[in-house]
Design a protein around this ligand. Structure first.
Ligand SMILES: [Zn+2]
Length: 303
């Protein structure tokens, strides 16, 4: 197994860096999400850019997504969790992820925070004790000598209980290990504008994708601290989405989010996915070299 520490002592010249600040210090970035395909939607572009720049990228998934929706005949007898694990590996390969880790929890299988939890005995991730799950994640962070942890925001994005749990577990693991934690999110106003634009263009908006209002979704624009320009890696981001084929095809009675995104014309796809958004909390500093090279600070409102 490759050591993250030895990787962090290497350095190389960036051919794209020109004459200024050309030396890049390779870092180890660990992204933590709940399900296969969460990375495709939230952090794929950042992971691809980091990998291309020579950083080590590790993807940790809490569950195998085994409770996801799937269309008739798609699995042909295969276990959904096993299929989605293979899809996650294909996504990881498309992004240049060096290692994919599954924490082995059960997919809670619900998009709604008000669905009853049957308890920890079912192994569902959202019912797992935070400290116990955080220690599993922390073990990976230590093993990798991680320099940065990326994981879902405090709202769990759109409020999926597994995504909320990812945030709690990531925050606890960051505290126990001292690894800086950057929340992966979406600019709420950008999302609202995108939905309006899609409706105006007559594009199909996924059923259930748009709540009456998005005021509790993701992160307000003014709270975003960093963006990553993912324009150079749109093909990798699209390939990551396409890798999750069970989530992009034929589920009953619903329009699949991934299938809508994958069906966008290239120029619309580029508008929608040319940046990713982050919140780095007060008192947390990104590792030297990543800020500016990969993460662009957002100027505070009013400056
Ligand atoms: Zn998810």
């Amino acid at each position: 197994m490759r050591s993250g520490r030895s990787a962090s002592t290497r350095s190389r010249y960036s051919p794209a860096g020109g004459c200024k600040n050309a030396r890049v210090t390779p870092r180890t970035i660990v992204a933590f999400h709940a399900h296969p395909d969460d990375e495709a939607l939230l952090s794929a572009g950042t992971l691809a850019r980091a990998a291309q720049a020579g950083h080590r990228v590790v993807l940790v998934l809490a569950t195998d997504g085994g409770a996801g929706a799937v269309g008739d005949g798609v699995l042909d007898g295969e276990d959904l969790g096993a299929r989605r694990t293979r899809e996650a590996q294909a996504s990881a390969d498309a992004l240049g992820v060096a290692r994919l880790v599954g924490l082995g929890y059960g997919d809670s299988g619900s998009d709604r925070a008000d669905t009853e939890v049957s308890g920890w005995s079912d192994g569902s991730f959202r019912a797992a004790p935070v400290e116990e799950a955080a220690e599993r994640l922390a073990a990976v962070l230590r093993e990798e000598g991680a320099d940065l942890l990326l994981a879902d925001d405090a709202n769990g994005g759109y409020g999926h209980p597994d995504h909320c749990q990812v945030h709690r577990v990531a925050a606890a693991a960051a505290t126990s290990t001292g690894v800086p934690f950057a929340q992966v999110t979406i600019d709420r106003e950008f999302l609202s504008g995108g939905i309006e634009l899609a409706r105006g263009m007559g594009l199909e908006v996924p059923e259930g994708f748009v709540p009456p209002d998005v005021s509790a979704w993701y992160t307000p624009h003014d709270t975003i601290t960093h963006t990553v320009d993912t324009g150079p890696v749109l093909a990798a981001k699209r390939a990551s989405m396409a890798a999750h084929a069970t989530q992009a095809t034929g589920a009953p009675d619903t329009v699949r989010t991934l299938s809508v995104f994958l069906g966008l014309p290239d120029e619309i796809f580029a508008i929608a996915f040319s940046q990713e958004w982050f919140v780095v909390g007060g008192g947390t500093a990104l590792p030297e070299g990543l800020e500016g090279e990969l993460f662009t600070p957002v100027a505070p409102a009013g400056t």
